[in-house]
Design a protein around this ligand. Structure first.
Ligand SMILES: C[S@@+](CC[C@H](N)C(=O)[O-])C[C@H]1O[C@@H](n2cnc3c(N)ncnc32)[C@H](O)[C@@H]1O
Length: 220
C-alpha cells in the first residue's frame, strides 16, 4: 500500500488531526503531540507507525491490495464451485468463498469448492472501491438438510437471513468502484426476490423480470 493510500485511510478513519478525541481515536495522544501538523507533513516512518496502530498491521491488506492492484478487476464474493464461469480460472477474477470442500455428491458428481481467498462476504479485507465488477451469488436456501447435496453445493442461509444478505450486499457495494457493476443472482425457490431487494434498499439497473432464477445488475 502506498503512503498516499495510508494517509487516505487514516483520514477517513480518524477525521482531521485535532478534531478527534481520546475515546474514539487510537492515535489521539500521538496526534495531539504533533499539534496541527497535517498527515502530509509527517515522515513515512510516522505514517507507518500510526497506520499500524489504527489498522492493526498491514499484512493482510497489503497482500490483498497487491492481488487487487494486479490483474484482478473482478471479485466473486462467494464463488462456490464456479459453475457459471466459462473460464473457471479466469486470471481477472478473485474467487472468494468462506469455505473449502471437495466431495462426491449422491449422484456421483464431483464437487470442488476451492477459493483463492477464504473470507466472509460480510466483512471483507479489501479497500473501498477496489473492483470494477463484483459478483454476488449468495446461498438462497433457508431450509435444506445440513448433509444434503443442496447444502453442500450452495450452502444454507442462517435464520437471520435478511441481515446476513444485507451485510453481504453492503460490503459488495463498498468494495465496488463508483460506476462499477454488481452482478447479483437469486433463486426464488424459498425466498421471493422482492423480499431480498427490500433488504438491500437499492434499486437494480436491469435484470430478469420473471423465472425462478434471476440475474440482476446494480450500478454503484
Ligand atoms: C449459491 S452458492 C454459489 C454458487 C456459485 N456461484 C457457482 O457458480 O458455483 C453460494 C456460496 O456462498 C458461500 N457463502 C455462504 N456464506 C458466505 C459468506 N458469509 N462469505 C462468503 N461466502 C459465503 C457458500 O459457501 C456457497 O459456496
Amino acid at each position: 500500500m502506498t503512503r498516499e493510500q495510508k494517509i487516505w485511510r487514516l483520514r477517513r478513519r480518524c477525521g482531521n488531526i485535532g478534531y478527534c478525541d481520546e475515546k474514539t481515536c487510537k492515535i489521539y495522544a500521538k496526534c495531539v503531540n504533533l499539534g496541527y501538523t497535517s498527515f502530509e507533513q509527517l515522515s513515512d516512518e510516522k505514517i507507518n507507525e500510526m497506520y499500524n496502530e489504527v489498522f492493526g498491521g498491514t499484512q493482510i491488506t497489503e497482500n490483498l491490495t497487491g492481488v487487487v492492484k494486479g490483474k484482478k478487476r473482478i471479485l466473486d464474493a462467494c464463488c462456490g464451485s464456479r459453475m457459471f464461469y466459462f473460464d473457471k480460472k479466469n486470471p481477472e477474477v478473485l474467487y472468494q468463498d468462506n469455505r473449502e470442500l471437495e466431495t462426491t455428491l449422491c449422484d456421483g458428481r464431483h464437487l470442488l469448492i476451492k477459493p483463492d481467498v477464504r473470507m466472509d462476504f460480510r466483512n471483507m479485507k479489501y479497500e473501498d472501491n477496489s473492483f470494477k465488477v463484483v459478483v454476488f451469488d449468495p446461498p438462497h436456501l433457508a431450509h435444506a438438510g445440513t448433509g444434503s447435496w443442496l447444502a453442500k453445493k450452495y450452502g444454507i442461509l442462517p435464520k437471520d437471513w435478511p441481515t446476513y444478505l444485507k451485510q453481504g450486499f453492503d460490503e459488495c457495494m463498498r468494495v465496488l468502484e463508483p460506476d462499477g457493476l454488481l452482478v447479483f443472482k437469486w433463486n426464488e425457490d424459498q425466498i421471493p426476490l422482492k423480499k431480498v431487494l427490500e433488504q438491500f434498499g437499492y434499486k437494480p439497473l436491469l435484470g430478469d423480470q420473471r423465472g425462478k432464477t434471476r440475474w440482476l445488475v446494480f450500478i454503484k
